[in-house]
Every structure is written in C-alpha cells, then in structure tokens.
Design a binder for this molecule. Structure first.
Ligand SMILES: C[S@@+](CC[C@H](N)C(=O)[O-])C[C@H]1O[C@@H](n2cnc3c(N)ncnc32)[C@H](O)[C@@H]1O
Length: 319
C-alpha cells in the first residue's frame, strides 16, 4: 500500500484550520478520514478536540491509524459510509450523537487513483471496480455491463456532464463484455469524433468520474450527510464541506442557503411546523477555493470548493 504521506495531501488546509479555530470544544466528526492529513493538523491545533473519524475504505482506516497513533486517545476510527453512520439510530459506544463540527472532504483520495488495481484510473490495466468500500456490492463492472443504454446515458450526464453521452453509452453496450479500465477508456475514445478529442483532458476522464459517482452513490451519501447535519450538531457547531464536483457543490450551496434563510410560512404567533426556519448562519460568503500556489503545488486542489455554516442558538419561542 502507499506510504502515509503519499496517500493523500489535504487540500485547503490553512482555510480548514482557520475555521476550526472557532469550533466549540468537544468531539467532532470527520466523515471522510482518507489519509488523516486534516485530522492530524486539526488535533495538533486544538488540544480540546476529539474526533470520530469515518471512512468506508479499509485502506484509509489502516494507513490513518498508523499516522495518528500519537493521538490514539483522541480518535475513534470507524469503517463506515457516512449515510449509514449518520442515519443509524442505535448509539454505539463510539457515539452517534452530537458533534461540535462535521467535516466532509468529499470524493476519492489520491490513493484511489495511484493504486491502479482499484480500478479508478485508466493509466494502466485493472478490472473495472471503483468501489471505495471494497465490500460493497455494486462495482463499475456491473454498471458498465448490466445497466441499460438509457440508464447509462443518465449516469454519464448526471455524474460527468459527459458530452456525447448517447454515443458513448451505445458504444459501451455494443462492446460488452467490457472487463478492464483501459478497454473502457479505448471504447470511449473511439466513440468521440476526432475533432473533439483535444486538450489535456482524456475523453474518458469524465466518463470514469460519472461511473465512480454511480458506483459509490456519492450524491445520495452527500444528501444524507446534509440532511442529518442539523440534528447532529451542537449549538454553535460548524458544518464544513469541501466538494470537487459541480453537482455536489450545487447541493451544498442550496442546502446552506436554505439553512441560513428564513423561509417559514407558518402564522407568526404559532410555533413553526413547516421546518423551514433558519437554523444556521453562513461562515463563508462564497466558496473558498485554493490559492494559485496551492494549485501549483497540488493540482487536485484546483476544483475544490469549501463552504461552511454554523448552527445558531435559537432562543425559546424564536424562529
Ligand atoms: C478526499 S479524501 C479525504 C482526504 C482527507 N481529508 C485527508 O486529509 O487525507 C475522501 C475520503 O473519503 C472517503 N469517502 C468518500 N465518500 C465517503 C462516504 N460516503 N462515507 C465514508 N467515507 C467516504 C474516501 O474513501 C476517501 O478516503
């Protein structure tokens, strides 16, 4: 497996640490532990914080437990996806409960691409896999070989804004069975008119991204995270989300806008029953993005967008 520091470089670290300066003391939740870079820097910064750290990928849990060994009293590692964890009603001793912050750094880690055998990358030959959780049922092999042409088009549009989604889906269906990553990349390339294969981006990049998002139900996971954040945060607790995909950023932006705007339509003298009262205040005005020097140093940071809100104190009877 990759060495700890090669596993993944945390993005927007300075910005994240700045936000953590005002997180209430106690226990926070990191739902995307990865290589543990953010957790390590946050625990170094704030001695009064502990963390429940989740990842659905066993490799991430293993590498981070070693990296974070010196903080072992302050970290609870859990292999789980965020949706299952946050929607669980049973409270395991590790504590489904309230958190002073919830932090999500979405998507995949560099390790997923670097470890060619995981099937996320087409830079070598591997079986089509793309599962972050090595034990989950659906893999890229199933999506590519079993989905109908119509469903494939939908997957490609939703997760990758893929141009020529119809042609690519048709080629995929015609070339089945497709077993390997490089085989799929080749089929995608040949489905696209030569005049449109230009620039540095390989035409299979967005196709692979879209299939990965489908395999890992990434929109559904994010939706569950956002929906549970209100009841999982303490008063003044902070929700911080870094996303890398325009569809995800849109979800985060719309959710945070609704959370920080009063849209209640109930009669003013009665308690709110519509649930659309404002419950948070914005911390970031627009999205925070990486500086030019960070992007130069770590090109993966280019598409990162960070948004954050703080749960507000609701006085009795107030809306
Ligand atoms: C961008 S990396 C996080 C990097 C981390 N912040 C660091 O400093 O190394 C995303 C990680 O979240 C995990 N992940 C993605 N979606 C997840 C989900 N729905 N539930 C749990 N883990 C998830 C991935 O397996 C990956 O390890």
């Amino acid at each position: 497996m990759t060495l700890q520091n090669d596993y993944h470089r945390p993005v927007l670290l300075r910005e994240v640490l700045k936000l953590f300066e005002s997180v209430p003391p106690g226990r926070y939740l990191d739902v995307t532990l990865g290589g543990g870079g953010h957790v390590e820097a946050i625990l170094d910064l704030r001695e009064d914080l502990q963390v429940v750290a989740l990842d659905r990928d066993q490799d991430a849990i293993e590498i981070s437990s070693t990296r974070l060994e010196r903080f072992r009293e302050r970290v609870t590692f859990l292999r789980s996806d965020m949706k299952t964890y946050l929607e669980s009603d049973s409270a395991p001793s590790s504590g489904v409960g309230l958190f002073s912050a919830i932090f999500a750094d979405l998507g995949v880690s560099s390790h997923h691409f670097d470890e060619v055998s995981r099937g996320f990358s087409f830079s070598g030959r591997a079986s089509l896999d793309m599962r972050m959780d090595q034990e989950s049922e659906l893999s890229a092999l199933d999506v590519v070989n079993r989905y109908s042409q119509v469903d494939l088009v939908e997957v490609l549009k939703r997760g990758g804004d893929v141009r020529y989604a119809g042609r690519i889906a048709r080629e995929i269906v015609e070339h089945r069975p497709i077993v390997y990553t490089d085989q799929l990349a080749q089929i995608v390339s040949s489905a696209i008119p030569k005049r449109d294969v230009k620039g540095r981006l390989h035409p299979a990049t967005t196709v692979f991204q879209a299939i990965r998002i489908e395999v890992n139900a990434e929109f559904d996971q994010l939706s569950a995270l956002l929906a549970s954040s209100r009841r999982r945060l303490v008063e003044s607790g902070v929700l911080i989300v870094i996303s890398y995909h325009s569809g995800e950023d849109r979800m985060v932006k719309e959710f945070m806008r609704a959370a920080t705007t009063d849209q209640c339509s109930c009669p003013p003298k009665l308690p709110c029953v519509c649930g659309k009262t404002k419950w948070a205040s914005p911390i970031t005005k627009g999205p925070l993005v990486a500086s030019a020097s960070e992007v130069e140093d770590n090109p993966r940071a280019r598409s990162a967008k960070l948004r954050a809100i703080r749960k507000v104190e609701l006085r009795k009877g107030s809306r």
